[in-house]
Design a protein around this ligand. Structure first.
Ligand SMILES: Nc1nc2c(c(=O)[nH]1)N[C@H]1C(S)=C(S)[C@@H](COP(=O)(O)O)O[C@H]1N2
Ligand SMILES: [Mo]
Length: 321
C-alpha cells in the first residue's frame, strides 16, 4: 500500500470494497468526522489521527531563482483571486470558514485503482517536500514572486498509476455553496476545473503546493493543496483541489467554458500575444507601482519550450491565451 500514514477511519486495504473507494466526498467527510469523534477519549491516537500537513519550513531548492524581490507576504495573502468567495480581490476574510483538515481527495478516471484519500496522505505518499521561489503572472497583468512549499506534481503518477491511454489530468476544486457563497452565483460553471496534459503535469516545474512563506497555505491561497504552474497564466493554478481525474479527453476548464476566446486551455504566458481586451507586454508587481516587462513563458522558457515546439497549432494565438 502506498499510503504510509493511515488515519483512524481508514480501512485496511483487505477490507476496502468498491463502495468505500467510490464513497463521495460528503460521505467520506462524515465517516472521517465520526472516526474522529470515536477517538475523542484517546488523545494520543486522536492527535496522531488529526495531524495536518506539517514540517514547515522545508529546505529551499535553489534550482529555482528569482530576478526580483519576493512579494510582501501580506500583499500575496490578502490580494487574491478565489471566485468561489466572490470576484473582488479582498475576499480573503470570507474564506475563514473553510474546513481543510480532513480534506478528501479523489483520484479517478483512467488509473489502476480509483481511490479517495486525505490530502495529507496524498502529499506524503507523493513525497519530495521542498520550497521553491516562483514568479506568478495573472492574466490580468499583475504578478508576484513567492516561496511555495509542496511536492512535485510528477510524483502524483506514483500514487495514481495512470493507464497508458491517459493523456490529460483534470483537476477540480471543492463544491460547497454553504461555505463558498460565490458558488451561489449560478451563471458560473462550478466547480472550478482546470487541466494539463500529462506531459505538462510531469514537467519539473509543475508543483502541488501545500504552503507559502514557509507555512501551511492560508485558506485564501488555496488550502490545503493547490496547483502551481508558473509558466502559465495564474488561472491555471487551481486552488483547493478535491479531484484528480486521468482522461484521454482534453478537459474544459472553468474559464474556458465561460469565455473560451479569452481564456484558453493552454494559457502559456507570452508578452507578444495580447489578451483581447488588454496588452500582456508588462506586468505590475503586487504591492508596488512598478511595472516590469513580461517574459516568454514567464521566464521559464528553458524548462518548458520542448512541450510545445513540435505542436501543430491552428493559429499563432492558440498556445498563449
Ligand atoms: N478554485 C480556484 N482556483 C483559482 C482561482 C479561483 O478563482 N478559484 N483563481 C485563479 C487565479 S485567476 C489566480 S491569478 C490564482 C491566484 O492565486 P493567489 O490568490 O494565491 O495569488 O489562483 C487561481 N486559482
Ligand atoms: Mo489570475
Amino acid at each position: 500500500m502506498l499510503i504510509k500514514r493511515r488515519r483512524a477511519w481508514e480501512l485496511p486495504e483487505s477490507a476496502a470494497t468498491p463502495e468505500d473507494i467510490y464513497m463521495n466526498r460528503r460521505q467520506w467527510l462524515k465517516a472521517a468526522g465520526l472516526a474522529g469523534l470515536g477517538l475523542a477519549g484517546n488523545s494520543a491516537l486522536a492527535s496522531g489521527a488529526m495531524a495536518a500537513i506539517g514540517g514547515y519550513p522545508f529546505e529551499r531548492n535553489d534550482a529555482y531563482r528569482l530576478d526580483r524581490a519576493i512579494t510582501d507576504e501580506e500583499e500575496a495573502t490578502t490580494y487574491t483571486n478565489f471566485y468561489e468567495f466572490g470576484s473582488s480581490k479582498n475576499i480573503w476574510k470570507k474564506t475563514r470558514d473553510m474546513v481543510t483538515d480532513p480534506w478528501a481527495v479523489t483520484i479517478d478516471g483512467m488509473v489502476e485503482t480509483p481511490m479517495t484519500l486525505d490530502a495529507e496522505q496524498l502529499v506524503h505518499a507523493m513525497g519530495g517536500f521542498e520550497e521553491r521561489l516562483y514568479r506568478h503572472r495573472c492574466v490580468e497583468a499583475w504578478a508576484m514572486a513567492v516561496p511555495w512549499s509542496g511536492v512535485p506534481l510528477a510524483n502524483l503518477m506514483k500514487v495514481a498509476k495512470p493507464l497508458s491511454g491517459a493523456k490529460y489530468l483534470r483537476m477540480e476544486t471543492f463544491l460547497d455553496p454553504d461555505v463558498a457563497p460565490g458558488q451561489k452565483q449560478v451563471w458560473y460553471p462550478w466547480p472550478y476545473v482546470e487541466g494539463l496534459t500529462l506531459k505538462e503535469a510531469q514537467n519539473e516545474l509543475a508543483f502541488l503546493a501545500t504552503g507559502i512563506y514557509g507555512k501551511a497555505l492560508p485558506n485564501q491561497n488555496g488550502a490545503p493543496i493547490r496547483l502551481v504552474v508558473p509558466w502559465k497564466y495564474g488561472f491555471k493554478s487551481i486552488k483547493s483541489i478535491t479531484r484528480f481525474t486521468f482522461t484521454d479527453e482534453r478537459p474544459v476548464s472553468f474559464w474556458e467554458e465561460l469565455a473560451g476566446n479569452e481564456y484558453g486551455f493552454w494559457a502559456n504566458v507570452n508578452p507578444g500575444i495580447p489578451h483581447p481586451r488588454w496588452p500582456q507586454k508588462s506586468e505590475r508587481l503586487l504591492g508596488t507601482d512598478e511595472r516590469v516587462p513580461t517574459m516568454m513563458f514567464n521566464g521559464y522558457r528553458d524548462q518548458v519550450e520542448y512541450l510545445y515546439s513540435a505542436m501543430q497549432v491552428s493559429s499563432p494565438r492558440e498556445l498563449y491565451y
